[in-house]
Ligand binder design. Structure first.
Ligand SMILES: NC(=O)c1ccc[n+]([C@@H]2O[C@H](COP(=O)([O-])OP(=O)(O)OC[C@H]3O[C@@H](n4cnc5c(N)ncnc54)[C@H](O)[C@@H]3O)[C@@H](O)[C@H]2O)c1
Length: 414
């Protein structure tokens, strides 16, 4: 089967490599350097499994039918499915996702291929696909939410928590195409997943073909739940800090309840990354005219947390002459090279707003400054220069300056 993929970022590239084990896959991007790198077998992003797959393809140990291209005809003509994995950034002026890249990709697909099933993998507002189908009179558009984590993008597709594809449930042909896409994704997964035992006793990868708009809602409600969980443990930590209590002890005790569980409970400076901030804001926008308290509280809680963290840092440098705050990494997670919407940037902005000098240690950033603050790759000089070192996530690099470090990474993980 020929499958086209628009976009070779975290989502597009991992889906492309997964599917190219058993299908002919053509992945299109609009950035020539990305396409050129991919055709040399080099990953444009940091991701262990993506690198292993590309290495295996290059040296012949794990051959893939994978081609990267800039040419829409080569990618899209004759494709049976065309997956769209382009960005949907949150537009703060419109209070909505900017879906223009999804529409541009679909225009390019339809210019050369009227029959391919378009599967949108980008995260979109609830109701978007049905509206787009109606506007365009195009009945061959489906939506499949993507649940991968950055840095584990291909791993999460090889070991999927679940596969969900949305289609209009009253359209038998579309439902069949959705089921076909579920099978394609499942076939690419690690074979061990097909016989795994799930917590509810079922076997294999949970699969769900559901309504289009319901599938869109599943994505935004799942991410907003994750944001809620992060915000909850962060507010617990804010309380403990403010009252002089040991947050780690409280979290351990709370999470011993098996209904709560001890996963995803490590405090941070706020939830961040490309998805949780924008997806929770989009869900809030979708609630227009629908009563709610919780969703706006989640969005608000993340701002309050960053205000609190910034205030804690300011208190640590109060009284010093010309204090310098060191930002240790701009990334959101340890082991990542991505700092889109990382919470430490919000903290940095607040500290700088108070007139405090900031220096940034970020080895993956090849620029002399970041929003006007100097960037260094020299860790020793950075440690010397900073009066307080602010780290969203702990790293052994910081062991020798531990008393200077401000972090809320209580469990030194994720
Ligand atoms: N990153 C994640 O963890 C994650 C997880 C789930 C869902 N998503 C969603 O998936 C979508 C893509 O996210 P990502 O992280 O892979 O983005 P990304 O920025 O890493 O990659 C997007 C790619 O699309 C390319 N592109 C832009 N316009 C294009 C066009 N018209 N045609 C072809 N390619 C085009 C860009 O050049 C870029 O390489 C977003 O909607 C995001 O919300 C992301």
């Amino acid at each position: 089967m020929k499958i086209a993929v628009a976009g070779t970022g975290y989502v597009g590239l991992s889906v492309s490599l997964l599917l190219s084990q058993h299908n002919e896959v053509h992945a299109l991007d609009i950035i020539p350097e990305k396409v050129e790198k991919l055709n040399r077998g080099v990953s444009p992003i940091v991701d262990r499994e993506i690198t292993e797959f590309l290495d295996g393809n290059r040296n012949g140990s794990h051959p893939l039918d994978f081609h990267a291209t800039l040419d829409p005809r080569e990618a899209y003509a004759d494709a049976d499915y065309a997956v769209v994995a382009t960005p949907t950034n949150y537009d703060p002026k419109k209070n909505y996702f900017d879906t223009s890249s999804v529409e541009a990709a679909i225009d390019a697909i339809r210019a050369v291929n009227k029959t391919a099933w378009v599967v949108i993998k980008s995260t979109i507002p609830v109701g978007y696909t049905a509206q787009l189908r109606a506007q365009r009179g195009d009945e061959r558009i489906l939506f499949s939410p993507e649940f991968l984590r950055e840095g584990r993008a291909l791993y999460d597709n090889l070991h999927p928590s679940r596969i969900v594809v949305g289609a209009p449930m009253d359209d038998a042909e579309a439902v069949e195409a959705a089921q076909g896409f579920v099978q394609l994704l499942a076939h690419g997964a690690d074979p061990a997943e097909l016989v795994r035992k799930n917590r509810d006793g079922s076997l294999g990868i949970p699969e769900l073909v559901c309504g289009l708009t319901e599938a869109e809602a599943i994505k935004l409600f799942a991410n907003t739940y994750l944001a809620l969980r992060v915000a909850y443990f962060n507010e617990l930590d804010t309380y403990a800090e403010s009252r002089g209590l040991d947050a780690q002890q409280i979290i351990r005790g709370v999470c011993l309840d098996p209904r709560i569980g001890s996963h995803y409970n490590n405090p941070s400076f706020g939830y961040g990354g490309y998805c949780l901030p924008k997806d929770s804001k989009q869900l809030l926008a979708n609630y227009a005219d629908v009563p709610q308290n919780l969703i706006s509280a989640i969005v608000e809680s993340n701002r309050t947390r960053k205000d609190f963290i910034a205030q804690e840092i300011e208190e640590r440098v109060a009284g010093l002459d010309h204090p310098v705050v060191g930002i240790y990494r701009l990334t959101m997670k340890s082991g990542s090279d991505n700092f889109r919407q990382s919470s430490i940037q919000g903290v940095m902005k607040r500290i700088k707003g108070k007139g405090i000098d900031v220096v940034v240690y970020e080895p993956t950033l090849d620029k002399p400054d970041f929003f006007g603050s100097p960037v260094t790759h020299d860790l020793a000089a950075f440690k010397q220069q900073a009066d307080v070192i602010v780290a969203n996530r702990w790293n052994a690099d910081l062991n020798d300056v531990a008393p200077k470090v401000f972090t809320r990474d209580l469990f030194k993980r994720d």
